[in-house]
Design a protein around this ligand. Structure first.
Ligand code: WTA
Length: 660
């Protein structure tokens, strides 16, 4: 672990105000410590209490944690519930049907309010329509949709009938969509004619048609299309249906199907350190419990709050903090179709003011890019908007640098709003290490302390605890309810990837490096320790991009590494060897652009390399292993000081150091 050294010098501490502490769900550090102590004292009793208080069970559970098939843990296994019932019906039954569930703002600024009663009716109609097309409990349904009320309806409707959804981010290519539909064994696909972002229409249905035509997904018997723009689409009679037409034909009541707590609510694909994305399988009971509980604790949710999470439903953040968490606790939330820079870079601030948002949750990348634009143009500076409704701010997806944190705190939060820097992952289902707004003194750049019940720790390569102040591997020592249950169809990959034998086989390996502060024990995340990059808060496997590049007929070999980037956190740098001679000048620039477009087509625009370097070879040891450490230095523009005597061909370092 000598490679992981803590460089954190941050010493500023921001304690919550007396007022924030007084009204908070977890009020003060003593309350936080009492919850942690409760979990330590009686781990299962603690989780059982939360699960009974937070969720409505159709059939109560009698078992809590079962470790007999470790690491395939189960939680509340004999209990039965329905996620959609918990998200919708129970609020309507409690007399809150008229409460606004979703304030939807479209790309062009059009606002639509949807109450809990409306949402329940829409979900029920669509669930009936899915049933009529033969979709049943346990079937997998792929959702490839824009940010929309319909997207949330699609997810909730699947949950209502016990179908397992797999949402594919609307920015992924036809090839990525095809791979996911094949891997998950989809029987239906829900998409839209087009997606509107930043004033531009993107043809989702066309991409979906391409993906279906690639083959392997013949089991997809129905393609359901949400009409967003009315743009022209090809139509496959018998297979394709308009979402509004088939919904209109149905009743607005649909009995929620009770499922076992371990029933897979969804499968969400994410990048790992091998070439193929993995389907992270989540449960119903444990997952929903934590999505709801963290809304109460981390976001200190109150009935009058207007919550806004800016993530896309295609990522885990949009699952836990749009589609499930806020609805399960009966919150009012903003859902936004567009992008933060359209029609100008004041869009977020304008929307906060307009909808009187009280709790705002976004990504460091968005903050960093908006800082640049705000500092260049006073009109789009948060100070030009009335942001007085805000009371809590949050960040997620990547480390936030202290400068951006302080800017967010001062300019967006008016020095009054605590920032919850939430560390978690697709695999963890919900927040793991985060400040509590009415308890934890904040240190910019640190996600502070684990939530009660989360046994996070830092260990060395053998699984031994390291002392505070020393960097190491972030692990979780005990299973928790919302953890990943399996890698879809690949139990061995689940076991070896997350519970590696080298660490003893029982610690959950997060894949991040971390360090705890000597005095406070606060955690700081130092980034991934595997071959996964974090670009704008999105996980990209370097191997995945390498395989995409090598799939191009012109490419002989490719190696991909990350480089620190002021805006996106990390940027993708690709070193490429062509089958033909090494291109130079204009030819190299043109080829680099072609390869960028190629990666966009193979995976999606988010994976496009920012920088491509051509060489006659890659730096390899005599045994043929690519020396990635050298490539990382080259990508950063650093002089090579390492010993290169084991290199087959040291001269190529000069070629690869040249940017186009
Ligand atoms: C990184 C997103 C630092 C981390 C919810 C993790 C963070 C990966 C933070 C998971 C944070 C997420 N501070 N790093 N607050 N939150 N990360 O699966 O490297 O898309 O392993 O889940 O993002 O990304 P994922």
């Amino acid at each position: 672990m000598s490679a992981i050294e803590s460089v954190l010098q941050e010493r500023r501490v921001f304690a919550p105000s007396e007022q924030t502490v007084a009204g908070a769900t977890v009020s003060g550090m003593d309350a936080y410590k009492a919850l942690c102590a409760e979990a330590e004292r009686d781990y299962e009793g603690f989780w059982a209490r939360l699960a009974r208080e937070t969720l409505t069970w159709q059939k109560p559970f009698t078992k809590v944690l079962d470790e007999s098939k470790a690491p395939f843990y189960t939680w509340f296994e004999d209990g039965e519930l329905n996620a959609s019932y918990n998200s919708l019906d129970r609020h309507v039954e409690a007399g809150n049907g008229e409460r606004v569930a979703i304030v939807f703002e479209a790309d062009d600024g059009t606002v639509t309010n949807v109450t809990y009663k409306d949402l329940l009716a829409r979900v029920s109609r669509f669930a009936n329509a899915l049933k009529k097309r033969g979709v049943k409990k346990g079937d997998r349904v792929v959702i490839y949709m824009p940010m929309s009320v319909e997207g949330v309806v699609a997810m909730q409707a699947c949950a209502r009938i016990g179908a397992t959804h797999s949402v594919v981010f609307g920015g992924f290519s036809s090839k990525s969509l095809n791979e996911r539909m094949v891997d998950v064994g989809a029987v239906a696909l829900i998409t839209a004619d087009e997606q509107m972002r930043g004033g531009k229409a993107l043809p989702l249905k066309n991409i979906a048609d391409e993906a279906l035509a690639m083959g392997g997904c013949e089991a997809v018997h129905s393609v359901i299309v949400y009409k967003r723009t009315g743009g022209k689409v090809a139509w496959h009679e018998g297979r394709d249906h308009w979402m509004h037409e088939i919904s209109a034909a149905e009743s607005d009541t649909c009995a929620p199907v009770p499922v076992g707590a371990e029933h897979p609510l969804f499968i969400l694909y994410t990048s790992g350190s091998t070439g193929k994305p993995k389907g992270v399988q989540h449960s119903t009971g444990g997952y929903l419990l934590w999505a709801a509980q963290t809304m109460k604790w981390t976001f200190d949710h109150k009935p009058n709050d207007v919550f806004w999470c800016t993530a896309d439903i295609g990522w885990i953040t949009g699952h836990s903090y749009i589609a499930y968490g806020p609805l399960t606790i009966g919150a009012t939330q903003v859902v936004f179709e567009g992008v933060p820079t359209y029609p100008n870079a004041g869009r977020f601030w304008d929307m906060i003011a307009k909808h009187k948002v009280t709790v705002f949750y976004t990504a460091p990348t968005a903050i960093r890019s908006l800082i640049k634009m705000a500092e260049a143009d006073a009109k789009v500076h948060p100070k030009s908007y009335d942001l007085s409704s805000l009371r809590i701010l949050g960040t997620v997806g990547e480390p936030i640098n202290p400068e951006a944190w302080v800017w967010y705190y001062e300019n967006v939060g008016g020095k009054r709003c605590p920032i919850v820097d939430t560390w978690w992952q697709t695999e963890t289902g919900g927040h793991m290490i985060t400040p509590l707004p009415g308890a934890t003194p904040l240190v910019p750049g640190s996600c502070t302390l684990p939530l009660p019940g989360i046994m996070a720790a830092i260990v060395d390569e053998t699984g031994q605890d390291v002392p505070n102040g020393q960097g190491g591997i972030l692990v979780v020592k005990r299973p928790w309810p919302s953890m990943i249950r399996n890698v879809w169809g690949q139990p061995e990959r689940y076991k070896s990837g997350y519970f590696p034998e080298e660490l003893g086989g029982t610690l959950y390996l997060a894949g991040d490096g971390s360090v705890r502060d000597k005095d406070t024990g606060y955690f700081t995340i130092m980034g991934r320790i595997d071959d996964v990059l974090n670009v704008s808060g999105h996980r990209l496997g370097t191997m995945e991009i390498e395989s995409a590049l090598v799939a191009n007929p012109l490419v002989a070999e490719a190696a991909v590494v990350g480089r620190p980037d002021d805006t996106t956190g990390e940027a993708v740098v690709a070193f490429v060897v062509l089958k033909a001679t090494r291109p130079q000048g204009d030819e190299a620039v043109k080829l680099a652009n072609d390869l960028r477009a190629w990666v966009g087509k193979e995976i999606g625009p988010i994976a496009k390399p920012k920088d491509i370097r051509f060489g006659e070879n890659l730096p390899k040891t005599r045994s043929g292993k690519i020396m990635r450490r050298l490539l990382r230095s080259l990508a950063k523009g650093e002089a090579i000081t390492q010993d290169v005597s084991t290199l087959e061909n040291p001269a190529i370092l000069d070629q690869l150091g040249e940017s186009l």
